[in-house]
Write a protein that binds this ligand. Structure first.
Ligand code: ADP
Ligand code: ZN
Ligand code: ZN
Length: 746
C-alpha cells in the first residue's frame, strides 16, 4: 500500500484501462475535480491511437517515469468517484480470477458509464410555477391546451413536482420545456437523498405468511446475525417455502433502512417472480434483466448506488451492482450453472456474493433444493449454517422418480408405448403433462442408411443438428448452418434419416398422437420472440389439459400447478460424461424438473426413461433422492482429490494451428513444473491434454489443469503462470485464458 499523498501533491494517476494487458498505466494529472483526485474517478485518456475511458486506481506524487514523459489525462469524467465498495469488489475479482483489472472494471460498469456518459440521476429534477404564472400571467396558452392543463396540475404542487411524476401523468418533456421558455415554470435540481425512498411504515403491500416451524427456525437463525457476516445454506425441496423466507428476511433488512441484493438464475427472473416481490413490497424494486435498455440499466445502477432502491434483483452480473447501504445478499438456486460466466472474465456470482457479504459484514443466504457439492460441503463442515426445510409448504410430498427401461423398446419421438399410455391417462383425467428433453431441434443428427454417413460440422468435432422449423442442419457449438442435402454427400443415396429425437420431433409425435389437446414447445428456438414464453405459459396456467415439451428453460422458475406428470425423455447424457461435475449437474436438473410435478392439489408422477436403469448413481437418486446421492458423490470426490476437497484452475489454449497450441502448452507445463519444484509448492500440474471437444470453430483446444489443496498455493501458481505467458513471445500467437474454479472442463 502507498501512503495517500496530500491532494495538492498528486501528479501521477495510475489508471486501469480496458485492455487485456495485466497492468496499470501512468498518466500526468490535470486540474482535479472539485473533490480532488481519488481512486474511482473515471477519466478519458489517450491510449495508443485512441482515447479510452479508464478508472483511476491510485494517485501518486510521482511514477516510475519522469513526469515529462507521461501523457496527460484528457479529461476527468466524474465529480465524485464511483462507489468504494464497488471498486473493492472489482479489484478482488480481478485478483481472484487472475483477470486484467482494466477489463474487469469495464465489464462491471453499465454500458453508458463505460462509454464515458455522466452518472446522471444523482440530482432530482423538479418543476414549479414561477411567480408570474402564479399571478395569473398564463395568457397565450389558449392554443396549447395540454400545456394549460399541465400548468394547472403543477399549480396544485406548490413545492414542485419531479420530472418522473410529470411524465407519469402523460405529459412530455417538450411541454415542460415549452412552459419554461414562456417563463411560466422553473426547473430546479435538488440532491437525491436516501429519504426519497419510502419509509418503513408502508413497506408491505400484502401481509407476510405465518411461517411453519421450519421456516420460522430458519428466519430466527438469520435474525441472529443481521450485523455480521453470517453465511447460511437454506436447503429445502421445491415448494418448501424458501422464497417466503427470503421475503421475510428482506422485510427485516429494508425495515432497518438497508438494501437487499437478490441474485437469481438466468431463467429464474420471470415476470412471475418479480410480480411476487412487487406484490409483497411497496418500496422501489430494481430488476436487472437482459431486457433493459442501456438507459434503464444505468438508472437501475444509480438507484442501487444511491440507496433509493431498497431491493435489487438480478441475474449473474447484478453481483456488481453497488449498494449504498448493503443489508443482505440472497442467492436463489445457488447451484445453478448460469451464475458462472463461461467466457472472458470467468467469475462465479455466488462465490463473489460470499466475498462481498463478508466484506460488508452482512448475512448471506444461499438457497437451493439441490445445493452444489461445494456449498453442501461447507454447510456440513460448519462454515455455513445449514438450514433445512424438509416439507412442502403446501403439503404434498415431492414426487419420486420412476425409472423406465428403454432397452429393446420401440420409440416414437423418443417415447415408448407405456409412457405414451401414461400421458394419455393424465390428459384424460384433465391434467397437464410436461415432457422434458434436453435437446432442441428435430433430431441430434442426420444419417445415411446406405453408407452410415453422419452430418458433421466441418469446424468442430461435433454432429450437426437437424432442424425442421426452419429446415436446416445447424452446429450448436459454432452456429454454422447448412441447407439440408437432397442426397448423401458420401454415396449419393437418398435414404437420409433423422437419428434420435429433439424437441421438434417429440412435439411432432405428440401432436399426432394427442390431436385433441394443444402441444406447446418451449425451447430457445420457439421463444426467440419477446413475450412468446409468457404468452404460452399464460395459456398453460389457465389449466386446460395440454402438453408441454421443453428443454431446461422449463426446469426452474416457472410455477406450473396443473402439471401432474413429468416425463424425462432421456436421463443418460450426464451418467457417463467425462466431466467430473456432469453427474452432479444432471441430478440437480432431474430433481428440478421433478419439482414441477404436482405442486398444487394433485400428487405428481415423474417417469424417467433410461438405457441404464441399473446404474448405481441413477438408482440412488431415484430411490433415495438428491441428498443421498450428494453424500455418495462427495465421498467419491474426496477419494479422487477433486473439488470441493481440492481447488482447480484450468489454463485453456486455442489456436487455428494445432502445433502452435501444443508447443506453447508443453512449454508452459514444463516451465511451471520447474518453478513448482524449485519452490516445493504443493500444486499438481496435469497435462496438457486435448480439450474434450478438441476442434471447435475451426480451432484446436488444449488445456492444462492445476490442482491444490490450499487455495493460496493455487493462486500463487496461476499468478506466476499468467506472468510467464505474458512475457513469452510465443504466447502472443495463441489465445489463452485462465479459469479459476472451472465449472466444466469443456
Ligand atoms: P420455494 O421457494 O421453496 O419453491 P415458495 O416460497 O415458493 O417455495 O413456496 C411454495 C408455495 O407455498 C407458494 O405458493 C407459497 O405461497 C406457499 N407458502 C410458502 N410458505 C408458506 C406458509 N408458511 N404458509 C402457507 N403457504 C406458504
Ligand atoms: Zn451415404
Ligand atoms: Zn461447429
Amino acid at each position: 500500500m502507498h501512503d495517500t499523498p496530500s491532494p495538492g501533491a498528486i501528479r501521477v494517476l495510475r489508471v486501469a484501462v480496458p485492455t487485456p494487458l495485466r497492468r496499470l498505466f501512468d498518466y500526468r494529472a490535470i486540474a482535479p475535480p472539485a473533490a480532488g483526485w481519488q481512486p474511482g474517478l473515471r477519466v478519458r485518456v489517450p491510449f495508443g491511437r485512441r482515447q479510452v475511458v479508464g478508472v483511476v486506481v491510485e494517485c501518486r506524487e510521482q511514477g516510475e517515469l519522469p513526469l515529462g514523459e507521461l501523457k496527460p489525462v484528457a479529461a476527468c469524467l466524474d465529480e465524485a468517484p464511483l462507489p468504494t465498495d464497488w471498486l473493492w469488489l472489482c479489484r478482488f475479482t480481478a485478483r481472484y480470477y487472475q483477470h486484467p483489472l482494466g477489463d474487469t472494471l469495464h465489464q462491471a460498469l453499465p454500458v453508458l458509464l463505460r462509454q464515458g456518459r455522466p452518472l446522471a440521476g444523482r440530482v432530482r429534477e423538479e418543476w414549479q410555477l414561477t411567480d408570474s404564472a402564479r399571478s395569473g400571467d398564463a395568457e397565450g396558452l389558449k392554443r396549447a391546451p395540454r400545456q394549460a392543463e399541465l400548468l394547472t396540475m403543477l399549480a396544485q404542487h406548490p413545492h414542485g413536482l419531479a420530472t418522473q411524476a410529470v411524465l407519469a401523468q402523460g405529459y412530455s418533456r417538450e411541454q415542460l420545456k415549452a412552459l419554461a421558455a414562456k417563463g411560466l415554470v422553473a426547473r430546479r435540481e435538488t440532491p437525491r437523498t436516501a429519504a426519497d425512498s419510502p419509509a418503513g411504515k408502508h413497506l408491505l403491500g400484502e401481509p407476510a405468511l405465518p411461517l411453519n416451524r421450519e421456516q420460522a427456525a430458519a428466519l430466527a437463525a438469520l435474525h441472529e446475525g443481521l450485523e455480521a457476516f453470517h453465511p447460511c445454506l437454506l436447503h429445502g425441496v421445491t415448494g418448501s417455502g424458501k422464497t417466503e423466507v427470503y421475503l421475510q428476511l428482506i422485510e427485516s433488512v429494508v425495515a432497518r433502512g438497508r438494501q437487499a441484493l437478490v441474485l437469481v438464475p438466468e431463467i429464474g427472473l420471470t415476470p412471475q417472480t418479480l410480480a411476487r416481490f412487487r406484490r409483497r413490497f411497496q418500496v422501489p424494486i430494481v430488476a436487472l434483466h437482459s431486457g433493459l435498455t442501456d438507459h434503464e440499466r444505468l438508472d437501475a445502477w444509480e438507484a442501487a448506488a444511491s440507496g433509493r432502491a431498497p431491493i435489487v434483483i438480478g441475474t449473474r452480473s447484478a453481483i456488481f451492482t453497488p449498494l449504498a447501504r448493503p443489508g443482505a445478499i440472497i442467492v436463489d438456486e445457488e447451484h445453478d450453472g448460469s451464475f458462472k460466466q463461461q467466457e472472458g472474465l470467468r467469475y462465479h456470482a455466488r462465490d463473489l456474493a460470499v466475498a462481498r457479504a463478508q466484506r460488508h459484514a452482512i448475512p448471506l443466504l444461499l438457497g437451493s433444493a439441490t445445493p452444489s457439492l461445494e456449498s453442501l460441503h461447507r454447510a456440513q463442515g460448519g462454515d455455513y449454517r445449514h438450514l433445512r426445510l424438509t416439507r412442502r409448504a403446501t403439503r404434498h410430498a415431492p414426487a419420486r422418480l420412476e425409472l423406465v427401461d428403454l432397452r429393446g423398446r420401440p420409440r416414437q419421438g423418443g417415447l415408448i408405448p407405456p409412457v405414451l399410455a401414461a400421458i394419455s391417462e393424465t390428459l384424460t383425467a384433465g391434467h397437464q403433462v410436461l415432457v422434458f428433453i434436453n435437446r432442441r431441434g428435430f433430431a441430434p443428427t442426420l444419417a445415411c442408411h446406405a453408407c452410415g454417413w453422419l452430418a458433421e460440422c466441418e469446424a468442430c468435432d461435433a454432429r450437426l443438428t437437424l432442424h425442421r422449423q426452419p429446415a436446416m442442419l445447424a452446429c450448436h457449438h459454432c452456429d454454422r448452418r447448412r441447407p439440408l442435402p437432397a442426397a448423401c454427400p458420401s454415396c449419393g443415396s437418398a435414404d437420409l434419416r433423422p437419428l434420435g429425437s429433439g424437441t421438434e420431433r417429440t412435439e411432432e409425435t405428440l401432436a399426432a398422437h394427442f390431436a385433441e389437446v394443444p402441444v406447446h414447445r418451449i425451447d430457445r428456438d420457439s421463444t426467440r420472440r419477446r413475450d412468446a414464453l409468457e404468452r404460452m405459459l399464460g395459456e398453460v396456467r389457465r389449466g386446460e389439459p395440454c402438453l408441454l415439451v421443453g428443454t431446461q428453460m422449463l426446469a426452474k422458475g416457472h410455477h406450473l400447478p396443473h402439471v401432474t406428470l413429468v416425463v424425462v425423455v432421456n436421463a443418460d447424457a450426464g451418467l457417463y460424461a467425462s466431466d467430473f461435475r456432469a453427474l452432479e449437474h444432471s441430478a440437480q436438473l432431474l430433481e428440478q424438473v421433478a419439482g414441477r410435478a404436482g405442486r398444487a392439489s394433485h400428487p405428481g408422477r415423474v417417469l424417467v426413461q433410461t438405457l441404464h436403469g441399473d446404474d448405481p448413481h441413477l438408482r440412488l437418486l431415484a430411490d433415495s433422492g438428491y441428498d443421498a446421492l450428494a453424500v455418495q458423490l462427495l465421498a467419491e470426490r474426496r477419494a479422487a482429490g477433486l473439488p470441493p476437497f481440492r481447488f482447480l484452475a484450468l489454463l485453456r489454449l486455442e489456436s487455428p494451428r494445432e502445433e502452435s497450441a501444443v508447443d506453447l502448452a508443453r512449454q508452459a507445463a514444463e516451465a511451471l513444473r520447474a518453478w513448482l519444484a524449485e519452490r516445493a509448492l504443493a500444486v499438481d500440474c496435469l497435462g496438457p491434454v486435448p480439450a474434450p471437444m478438441e476442434r471447435r470453430q475451426g480451432r484446436y483446444h488444449l488445456q492444462l489443469m492445476l490442482a491444490a489443496e490450499r487455495r493460496s498455493r493455487l493462486h500463487e501458481a496461476t499468478a506466476w503462470l499468467a506472468a510467464w505467458l505474458e512475457a513469452t513471445p510465443a504466447a502472443r500467437r495463441v489465445r489463452w485464458s485462465l479459469d479459476i474454479d472451472p465449472q466444466t472442463l469443456a
